[in-house]
Design a protein around this ligand. Structure first.
Ligand code: NAG
Ligand code: NAG
Ligand code: NAG
Ligand code: NAG
Ligand code: NAG
Ligand code: NAG
Length: 839
């Protein structure tokens, strides 16, 4: 290979193994005038999958980018679907071709609800950021941002009768908005807890709300006609009756200004379950409602956020509005916990119900609503294309064409080119796996210490061997390919030999012992986030590298190379060079912990699995990676990530945010400050060494050999700090050159970097600057820094103390720094004065 190795880029190629992600809802969609109730849209991590539930086939993928899908809503005409993402973005896709046509960016965090108006001309979005935004779909722009809620928006509905909007939130309020004037004219305070669901029923004469208590509240809406005095903007004080607990259910005090509608409680339904309502869903004709509740007594996991709470399997209760009463229809009991529900009324009184379950399954049911006591029949179940539980082991076949994935209960073999499942077989909880040479059998090592051998042609379990007393952690092929080596939690390593059973023509395995494998390097990853590279010749650790921001979960060499990949709990996959100890590339895509990966024998493909239930295929391209460029790109991406979202106006009349972009805590700023600190520390260290040397010489009465210079100084041509002339060379030129190509950025961000510099370094910096000026070196740069320091740093000892304390708490510190930067412009005059004083 020679001295220069060429690294090739791997890119994401496909996401599979996900049937439906838990973060977003499920929705019936129509495709090209196809049969009603045949297609459902669900999130699949960052994508949206459209499934044909009848054929259990994925028919369309709406490609996302980076962030997970959090909500989806088809347009009333069925042609488009609006998709909301974790980062607050909303994109509208055409269901005809799967292309994204429009995108809206106005929220700062996850979109929690989206609804179209009846004509499909406007869209309302609610978010975790507590804002509600109304968008004009036709002109592709924001119309109004409605602020007022204090917590996550849980529902937002347009009315048909009037230009009104009603919203609910976890802040326990339901708010009515007049869209003509964009103000909230009514706040309903009748709920004591979060309002989780809301429906408009009976031609918008009824509002039904579900909250964290066991009561479903029904409200009588009456529209007041005389209300709209022309041109007179209604300025209505919002009601704050929080203190008034007595009449919590009454809409009291219709103020004279409130001439649009009245909304009075007229009844409530006490649910049987006492747990909170997760959602209230109505069918397309608003005739049947599904109430979906959580059940806190079911075992939970801290991984789930509030909007992801669990629910009882016997919910939802499907109920119907009949006249003014809600009549119980039936219960649907799904085979796992339900995450989301959607209902669709079809011809002949048939109701279709689609359930997204918590174990990566979709189930559909059908019932006849005209019956008095209908029973819901299960019509479909989508399970084949993914695992119920997380995939813990993956393996490639020797011909690179098939890949196996095994979870807590099943092993699947996939066709790598089509990503279709070839085989699904029940197995024990698998932890490691491989294809037996010849690719006709697979072996799994299980949590219970067994080895299970399956035959692919028949899809049958050939043999189960009790191999170890503890979990089988790893399984690998012996170098001669005629056996395997297993490592177990029982602290033993066993060697097994394949034994060809002649009459059946299949392999069996037999325990045996053999010599250590021939190899030169071993790499290990661990929970301490480091990767260590060991030489097998002397068993020494060549290098330990900080690899991931969380535990390293998996590590594998690219066959026949010294390149390897690691997978981390930090959602990342990274590639490394074990000879040069270099980080080559980071593959990002998983939204949760990455458990394992497998690299094809050719090195061209990688498949990884994560806690987000996705399996991801990565492909090697022919594009070479230049490491410096790669690092630079990563840094830029990080900066973009860390920068607060620009407060660009989204809706008319919104003003631009005030934070000056230069004042942002960016990775560059922090790094530049760190470099300045490094230089100052080096200076301090070298000065100390020289003084000690001088003292030692004086004591000894003769010239002693000079102390060892810092390698950095040697590297730059033996410069010494006793000669500031050379030191500034490092500081302003070489130092920045080292950091190329960030050089330009650093110079432009120098001022901000100085602000980020902890105060104790500043006197030293000033001393240094002083000596440079004395020698007439780098005067321009030094003056620029000096003026900046003088005008921006408050010199009182108290300030000094405060800053010392704050420097221990980054957040405060940066906030402070930014604040002072904002004052920069105001101080411009002062700065000029400072120039004069110093000059
Ligand atoms: C709803 O309100 C209207 C107007 O106030 C009233 O006429 C009607 O009787 C009310 N309906 C119920 C069921 O309370
Ligand atoms: C929650 O679910 C469990 C099991 O399904 C059931 O026994 C229990 O009654 C439910 N709890 C409530 C409060 O409904
Ligand atoms: C998960 O889904 C499968 C198939 O849909 C179902 O049979 C099973 O009971 C579910 N398991 C759990 C633990 O919910
Ligand atoms: C559900 O199944 C029952 C019994 O198999 C049948 O009588 C009924 O018609 C089915 N309902 C629907 C909506 O298909
Ligand atoms: C995978 O699918 C392709 C295309 O259908 C087919 O040609 C190939 O034989 C399949 N491979 C395996 C291993 O099933
Ligand atoms: C640096 O200085 C040391 C001692 O002064 C000397 O031995 C060494 O050769 C010098 N290195 C270079 C690169 O000039």
């Amino acid at each position: 290979m020679g001295l220069t190795k060429q690294y090739l880029r791997y890119v994401s190629s496909a996401v599979f193994g996900v049937i439906g992600s838990q973060k977003a809802n499920i929705a019936y969609v129509t495709l090209r005038g196809g049969e009603k109730g045949r297609y459902v849209a669900v999130a699949a991590c960052e994508h949206v999958f459209i499934w044909d539930v009848r054929k259990a086939e994925k028919v369309l993928i709406l490609q996302g980018q980076k962030h997970e899908v959090t909500f989806l809503c088809p347009s009333p005409d069925g042609v488009h679907i609006a998709v909301g993402y974790e980062d607050g973005a909303v994109r509208i896709f055409s269901l005809l071709n799967g292309e994204s046509t429009v995108s809206f960016n106005g929220h700062k965090s996850a979109v929690t609800v989206i609804n179209y108006d009846a004509l499909g001309a406007r869209l309302v979005t609610g978010s975790k950021d507590t804002d509600v935004i109304v968008w004009d779909v036709i002109n592709e722009c924001g119309l109004y941002r409605l602020k007022g809620h204090k917590d996550v928006i849980t529902q937002a509905l347009f009315l048909k009768k009037k230009n009104l909007l009603v919203t609910s939130s976890k802040d326990s309020f339901v708010k009515w908005w007049d869209l003509d004037t964009q103000h909230c004219f009514k706040t309903m305070v009748g709920h004591r807890s979060e309002v989780w669901g809301m429906l408009l029923l009976n031609q918008e004469d009824r509002l039904l709300t579900g909250s964290a208590d066991s009561e479903l509240r029904a409200w009588n809406i009456s529209y007041l006609e005389e209300g709209k005095a022309d041109g007179e903007p209604r300025v209505k004080k919002e009601k704050t009756l929080l203190e008034d607990d007595e009449d919590e259910d009454e809409e009291v005090d219709e103020s004279p200004e409130e001439r649009i509608l009245s909304c009075k409680k007229f009844g409530s339904i006490l649910r049987e379950a006492r747990d909170r309502v997760v959602s209230l869903t109505a069918d397309n004709k608003a005739r049947v409602i599904a109430c979906h509740v959580s059940n806190e007594t079911s075992p939970g996991s801290i991984k789930l956020s509030r909007i992801h709470d669990k629910m009882s399997a016997e919910e939802p209760v499907v109920e119907r509005m009949l006249k003014d009463e809600i009549i119980r229809l039936t219960n649907i009991k799904a085979s796992a916990k339900i995450r989301w529900v959607d209902c669709l009324s079809c011809a002949g009184g048939e109701l279709k119900v689609a359930l997204l379950l918590q174990n990566n399954t979709i189930e559909t049911y059908s019932l006849r609503t005209l019956n008095n006591t209908p029973t819901a029949n299960k019509t479909a179940r989508l399970t084949l294309g993914g695992h119920r539980t997380d995939v813990r082991t993956l393996a490639f076949s020797s011909d690179n064409l098939a890949v196996l994935s095994a979870s807590g209960d099943t092993v699947k073999v996939w066709n790598r080119s089509t990503l279709q499942v070839i085989r699904t077989m029940a197995c024990e909880y698998a932890l490691c796996s491989l294809f037996v040479p010849g690719d006709r059998q697979i072996i799994l090592g299980t949590k219970s210490g067994k080895l299970q051998i399956f035959e692919l042609a028949s899809g049958s379990l050939l043999e189960t061997v009790d191999a170890h007393d503890g979990a089988v952690w790893s399984l690998c092929l012996a170098p001669d390919q005629r056996g395997i080596v297993t490592g177990s939690a029982d602290k033993t390593v066993k060697f097994w030999e394949f034994e060809l059973i002649k009459d059946q023509g299949t392999w069996s395995i037999q325990e045996m012992f053999c010599d250590i494998v021939d190899s030169t390097l071993i790499a290990t990853g661990s929970a301490d986030r480091n990767v260590k590279i060991w030489g097998l010749d002397f068993g020494d650790c060549h290098r330990s590298m900080f690899a991931h921001d969380d535990s390293v979960m998996f590590l594998q060499f690219v066959p026949k190379t010294h390149l390897f990949f690691t997978a981390g709990k930090d959602k990342k996959i990274k590639q490394w060079d074990a000879d040069k100890f270099e980080h080559i590339q980071t593959l990002e895509g998983h939204h949760r912990e990455v458990w394992c990966l497998t690299i094809s024998p050719s090195g061209d493909y990688i498949v990884s699995s994560g806690h987000d239930k996705s399996l991801r295929l990565w492909e090697r391209t022919r594009e070479p990676i230049i490491l410096e460029e790669e690092r630079e790109m990563e840094r830029e991406a990080e900066v973009e990530e860390s920068m607060a979202k620009g407060d660009v106006p989204v809706v008319p009349g919104e003003t631009q945010g005030e934070a000056a972009p230069a004042g942002k805590k960016t990775v560059e700023t922090v790094k530049a400050a760190e470099r300045i600190m490094e230089v100052l520390e080096l200076y301090r260290e070298e000065t100390r060494k020289m003084e000690e040397h001088k003292y030692a010489c004086e004591k000894a009465g003769k010239e002693l050999p000079p102390p060892q210079s810092n390698p950095i100084l040697v590297a730059f041509g033996n410069v010494s700090t006793s000669s500031p002339c050379l030191f500034i060379k490092i500081h302003s030129v070489c130092f920045f050159l080292v950091c190329l190509p960030a050089c330009v950025v650093i110079l432009s961000e120098l001022e901000v970097s100085l602000l980020v510099l902890p105060f104790p370094y500043i006197p030293e910096l000033l001393t240094l600057f002083n000596s440079y000026i004395q020698q007439g070196l780098e005067v321009e740069l030094v003056c620029r820094c000096l003026f900046f320091l003088v005008s921006n740093i408050q010199w009182s000892p108290l300030q000094f103390l405060q800053r010392e304390i704050e420097s221990k708490e980054d957040v405060m510190f940066f906030a402070d720094a930014t604040g002072r930067l904002d004052e920069k412009k105001k101080k411009k005059r002062k700065r000029e004065r400072a120039v004069l004083t110093i000059a």
